[in-house]
Design a protein around this ligand. Structure first.
Ligand SMILES: Cc1cc2nc3c(=O)[nH]c(=O)nc-3n(C[C@H](O)[C@H](O)[C@H](O)COP(=O)(O)OP(=O)(O)OC[C@H]3O[C@@H](n4cnc5c(N)ncnc54)[C@H](O)[C@@H]3O)c2cc1C
Length: 547
């Protein structure tokens, strides 16, 4: 959004304040997609390192709640999966906020403007993946590609999924993600392409980036936001203040500024500027259950990468030529979005509101997500053994949690309680989806490769599956909805469809906090689309499209 505003014909002055550093490290180990599932752990300086509060529903565990820290935000450490989400979700968003800017037609128009999709990146696998030109842009700032070389096990997994009776989808980003697809990544030549690469490296001089500067509160003149306090200094805005600190830190910053629930602000002796109880409520995230099997033959090449020597030789080749095993390892991650059969007959579905039921029954809207043959985070897994992993996610989480202040000190991380899997519908979906994954590995072509389960439930009974989920479930770091968008008068709404904080002047929120519900996708594309939508609206409102 900052880059779009600064690049508009009127060239307004934009100041971008970022707590973390401007990360210039382009070393091969950092940027190769082969390492994408580890960057959040191997580069702690780029990670706020948050944890949830103990999850009462999940054996009291505190779950990793990583967030990117640095110019470019979480795109510095995320897994680079590029999924926009279903048409049915964006049309529902537009309906809920009564604004067509969020419907699929307009979202797809902005998606095309963002994308520089390499449509020819995957010529040898068109049976499994084919980006349809009509659905994609090829001249935008965000580089997107499909893997040129699939890991050896990926085609076999896709075949097994079809054998099991689930469908293949050649293009997960057409507006209909249903089926097993090959996931595109934000990369070029299997090297990570971050938000900084896309928008902030060669920025115009009217955009000033202030890294290593922690915003501590919004400054107000009565009910109008007039600037930001950061590192003890005041930065005054001639037009507006925009908060884009993400779904954890934006509500925290609003509360530290006196915008939040009065009783919570009173507890921390913060002067109330605006009583807004919905700030920090409605925290939603995708819960993820993991399963791992040891395989009895070398169905995939994963175990080779456990050898330091092998990695060194492969890294040298990839650094010099962009080829070799690291041009495919972890580069081809499949992604499956599926519906539960006969959802109408499930009591947990029947108990939902009619609007929610109608939304979940839209043809493009999935109920769960499954990734197969991806990374294995399970520490019990002995090294150098061939393995198969499955990750199963809720596609929409109806469980709602909170972001609360730990204190009035900006340096204290907020208390994050996503209340994962507390909603009966979420619990039902993840149990059924996990059971599907257990059945899937019994298809003949898969079963012949499996030696034993190393991480999973004792049986496929509801109780055993739930016990496994309680002890192992994590999140997918898709924190959303903590400053939700809604119509005026909606008690859950913090911002209106112009991204303006309701009840205040000169203040917008533009990040993943604003989604009215968690979309069925990994969320970086949605974050970029939120930025693009807000920029479009502000450019029109201020006439920045004219010099
Ligand atoms: C480990 C991990 C893996 C992920 N994998 C994927 C994936 O593969 N695909 C996908 O689509 N999505 C993925 N995501 C999610 C995706 O990256 C996020 O949804 C998206 O980046 C959110 O964008 P945002 O602008 O809302 O917040 P962020 O990208 O988090 O940006 C917020 C920025 O605000 C800064 N900030 C916070 N507080 C302050 C303050 N007080 N002062 C100044 N600056 C501040 C932060 O340092 C950060 O730079 C992943 C996330 C993580 C953490």
């Amino acid at each position: 959004m900052a880059a779009s505003l600064a690049n508009s014909p009127a060239a307004p002055t934009v100041l971008l304040i970022e707590a973390g550093a401007k990360d210039e490290d382009q070393s091969i180990n950092k940027i190769m997609i082969a390492n994408r599932f580890a960057t959040w752990m191997t580069h702690p300086a780029l990670n706020w390192g948050y944890k949830t509060v103990p999850q009462q529903n999940l054996a009291g565990r505190q779950i990793d709640y990583s967030r990117g820290r640095g110019v470019g935000g979480s795109s510095l450490i995320n897994f680079s999966c590029w999924t926009v989400g279903p048409q049915g979700d964006y049309d529902e968003w537009a309906r809920m906020v009564d604004d067509d800017s969020f419907d699929w037609k307009n979202i797809q128009r902005r998606l095309k403007a963002l994308e520089s999709f390499d449509l020819d990146s995957c010529p040898d696998y068109i049976r499994y993946a084919k980006a349809v030109a009509d659905h994609h842009g090829t001249n935008g700032p965000v580089h997107i590609e499909l893997p040129a070389v699939f890991e050896r096990h990926m085609p076999a997994l896709a075949d097994a999924v079809e054998e099991f009776g689930l469908s293949t989808n050649l293009d997960t980003n057409s507006g209909n993600p249903i089926g097993l697809s090959m996931c595109p990544s934000t990369s070029r030549g299997a090297k990570r392409w971050t938000c900084t690469d896309a928008f902030l490296r060669d920025h115009p001089s009217n955009l000033t980036i202030l890294p290593s500067t922690v915003a501590s509160r919004v400054l107000f003149d009565a009910q109008r936001a007039v600037g930001i306090e950061a590192n003890g200094k005041h930065y005054l805005a001639s037009r507006e203040v925009i908060l884009s600190a993400g779904a954890i830190d934006t509500p925290k910053l609003l509360k530290l500024s006196g915008v939040g629930d009065k009783s919570e602000l009173d507890t921390h002796n913060i002067k109330v500027v605006h009583h807004a109880p919905a700030v920090g409520r409605n925290l939603q995230d995708h819960a993820m259950a993991a399963l791992v099997w040891e395989q009895n033959n070398h169905y995939n090449d994963r175990s080779l990468f456990e050898s330091e020597e092998y990695m060194k030789t492969a890294t040298d080749e990839f650094a010099k030529q962009g080829t070799g095993p690291l041009a495919s390892y972890n580069c081809s991650q499949n992604i499956g979005y599926f519906k539960l059969p006969n959802i109408e007959s499930i009591p947990e579905f029947q108990a939902l509101s009619k609007d929610k039921q109608a939304h979940l029954q839209q043809p493009t809207v999935p109920h769960y997500e499954m990734l197969l043959g991806g990374p294995n985070y399970h520490p019990m897994m002995a090294k150098n053994l061939p393995y198969l992993s499955a990750m199963v996610f809720t596609a929409h989480s109806l469980s709602k949690g909170t972001v609360k202040l730990a204190s009035a000190d900006v340096n204290d991380p907020a208390l994050c309680d996503p209340e994962l899997l507390t909603h009966p519908y979420d619990k039902k979906v993840i149990i059924e989806a996990t059971r599907t994954a257990l059945q899937l590995v019994k298809t003949p072509s898969m079963a012949s490769t499996i030696k034993e389960m190393t991480l999973g439930p004792k049986s496929d009974s509801d109780d055993d599956i739930w016990a496994h989920i309680c002890n192992t479930t994590g999140t997918s770091w898709h924190m959303s909805c903590t400053c939700a968008m809604g119509k005026k008068g909606d008690e859950n709404a913090v911002v209106d469809s112009e991204f303006k904080v309701i009840g205040l002047k000169g203040l917008r929120v533009v990040d993943m906090s604003v989604t009215p519900f968690l979309i069925a996708a990994h969320t970086q594309a949605c974050a970029y689309l939120i930025g693009a939508t807000a920029a479009e609206k502000m450019i029109a409102e201020y006439g920045f499209d004219r010099k």
